[in-house]
Design a protein around this ligand. Sequence first.
Ligand SMILES: [Zn+2]
Length: 212
Amino acid sequence: MESRVDRQLRALRLAKACAAHGARVRTICHLTGMPPREVLRLFFEDRSAVPRGRPPDSPEWYHTANLLYRADASIVMSMYGRLRAAGFGGGDSLVGAYGQYNCISHGSRRISFDRAFDLASHTEGIWLTRAKSFSLVACPSCRSEFLASYGTIASSNDPCPFCKLVERFRTDPRVQASYPVRPLVVPSPRQLGLMALLGAGRVERQAQAAEG
Ligand SMILES: [Zn+2]
């Protein structure tokens, strides 16, 4: 069983990761169970850096948000859902999913950590509310998971933000700028030669192992 010290250390580690992602005090308290005063003392020495303003409220926001935001919200929640399904705790899953999102968004994040926390709360019915407002639904056409109103059964790809993005890509400069086409990496003849050698080496070793 986890000792008190281990539990506190785990809460501190989680709180530190949340603060590094720009979480507000309230979010950190919900995720770690730490009291607000303690969170302020440890992570916001500079009081002017405390995130302020109205916290996000996603159930309405999502349905009026533009396509790029809905796609990003769906990406974060899909990653979160996978980590939850793999057995990770809510806080760890959120930090993990947000870290992955950070990596793939190349510095142009549309979803804040607090927004991700709010979306997860309203998808799973935890932390802020017991009421579920969202479900993660698999698109019958592109198979991507996207956020939809709770209980939605997708019978067409109509509500799927990813299918819409693909449709709009050719004509919408804003979508093109958000998803720049990256050149394919073509291996040089030297790299190809090296790969062939490594492959041959592996086959030889396998053959030797089979003989021995
Ligand atoms: Zn789709």
